[in-house]
Design a binder for this molecule. Structure first.
Ligand code: MG
Length: 456
């Protein structure tokens, strides 16, 4: 049987991989599995109205009662699904992908993306030609649902409002022409901040920067921070579930540093709690968790793996190095605005510039690379590697993670989406992490060549 779902829902290039016909059938298949009351939302991409109407038709054709949220961030749809006790949700978004992409995220009644078992059930219905359609007198109904205000209040209420408001901070926000523009400025204002914005008009062509915020594309935010004397800069991805931060000097930090700050403040309030993070995350997270008397649970790579683990084990905090933080007291899924609020709360409590707060966690250097490897050879390459490993300890949660005595590590992981093996290495200095990468890159290339029986 074919697969529709990748690591984060169904994604593809508009009118090439992802067509209205596909989305109608996918939504009707999903509707037949999720239940009768379903939330529907979309991001600001140019093709999102097209796919939203397709999803709506699919859901109505199997008799679903559809609650239309309009243009919303993904975490808002997830919040609404849970808050209104709906049976599930469908979000039309391709998150941080380029503008020619779009996608469908299917959300379960608990607000988290459906687990793989449910994806497979939906695919089964889809590949059988779609579900049985409802007779005319049972086709679904449509209601508008306004949830932005309630969502914004919920985010603000999960901070120490009095302390944050008293700090009267200045923040610069960069939604990157994505849907964070609908909530982040409002929440920052609710938190008593003076707010400045750049790229805050929703535009599905993403004219200003890639919709994935990275250190190399946040120049306008850094400039805004410096020009306004802001205490903090925040950049969001296209569907506002991830946030990346800029300090008062205009410097950009990766998500593991901001997550480390969230973890340290969380564990001061919630003693001895468990924190979940993918096995690819920086060791700084392990250090911070241990320093604050908590315990760390490594998960498989991918936000759904973290969120699903959190729900299963009632874990209150999770996070990824790409700027996705899951704060279950609000909701156990990535939420860029909630992450922003938690960082502002930490700043207000510590009364120190963000550069100093983040600076404490700059202990390790991470390097990454992809090594080409045909899908068919992946299991054999991994098997060969496993039989010849030398390390202090080996973790096999997702791929192979080798730990060394000097706190350095390398993770070797077959990509779920490309014919490649991904390498992530980390050490106290960059030379060491690059050395680890080079060493294993060579081993993998040689193994692939041998197994292929041809020169690389
Ligand atoms: Mg996203």
């Amino acid at each position: 049987m074919g697969r529709l779902f990748g690591t984060n829902g169904v994604r593809g290039v508009v009118n090439r991989d992802l067509t209205a016909e596909l989305v109608v059938k996918l939504a009707s298949s999903a509707g037949s599995i999720l239940g009768s009351r379903v939330a529907l939302g979309r991001d600001g991409r140019t093709s999102s109205p097209l796919f939203k109407e397709a999803a709506l038709s699919g859901l109505l054709s199997v008799g679903c009662e559809v609650f239309d949220l309009g243009i919303v961030p993904t975490p808002v749809l997830q919040y609404a699904t849970k808050y209104f006790n709906l049976d599930g949700g469908i979000m039309i978004t391709a998150s941080h992908n380029p503008p020619e992409f779009n996608g469908v995220k299917v959300i379960a009644g608990d607000g988290v993306e459906v687990p793989q078992t449910v994806e497979e059930r939906i695919e089964e219905v889809y590949f059988k030609g779609g579900p049985e359609l409802a007779p005319w007198y049972r086709v679904g109904s449509l209601h508008d649902l306004h949830v932005l205000e309630s969502y914004c209040r919920s985010v603000a209420s999960h901070t120490d409002l009095e302390t944050v408001r008293k700090a009267k901070m200045k923040v610069a926000l960069d939604p990157g022409n994505g849907v964070a523009a609908l909530v982040a400025p409002r929440i920052a204002q609710e938190l008593g901040c003076e707010v400045y914005t750049v790229n805050a008009d929703i535009d599905g062509t993403f004219p200003s920067r890639d919709s994935e915020p990275r250190p190399d594309n946040l120049n306008s935010l850094s400039t805004l921070v410096k020009a306004t004397g802001a205490d903090l800069g925040v950049a969001f991805d296209g569907d506002a579930d991830r946030a990346i931060f800029v300090d008062e000097l205009g410097r950009v930090y990766w998500g593991d540093i901001s997550f480390a700050l969230v973890v340290s403040e969380f564990l001061k309030k919630h003693h001895g709690e468990v924190v979940a993070t993918p096995v690819s995350s920086s060791k700084i997270i392990k250090d911070v968790v241990e320093d604050h008397g908590g315990s760390l649970l490594w998960t498989r790579v991918g936000s759904v793996a973290v969120s699903r683990t959190m729900v299963e084990k009632s874990i209150k905090l999770g996070g990824e190095e790409n700027g996705g933080v899951m704060y279950a007291l609000h909701q156990p899924v990535r939420d860029g605005s909630m992450t922003m609020a938690l960082i502002l709360e930490a700043m207000a409590k510590k009364e120190e510039p963000i550069s100093r707060l983040f600076g404490e966690f700059l202990k390790y250097k991470q390097s990454k690379v992809k090594v080409p490897c045909p899908d068919t050879l992946k299991p054999k390459v991994m098997e060969k590697l496993e039989s010849s490993l030398e390390a202090e300890s080996v973790e096999k949660i997702d791929g192979l993670k080798l730990w060394y005595r000097d706190d350095s590590w390398i993770l070797i992981r077959p990509s779920g989406t490309e014919p490649a093996i991904r390498l992530y290495a980390e050490a106290r200095d960059e030379a060491k992490s690059l050395k680890l990468i080079e060493e294993y890159k060579k081993i993998i290339e040689e193994t692939v060549t041998k197994l292929n029986g041809c020169a690389f």
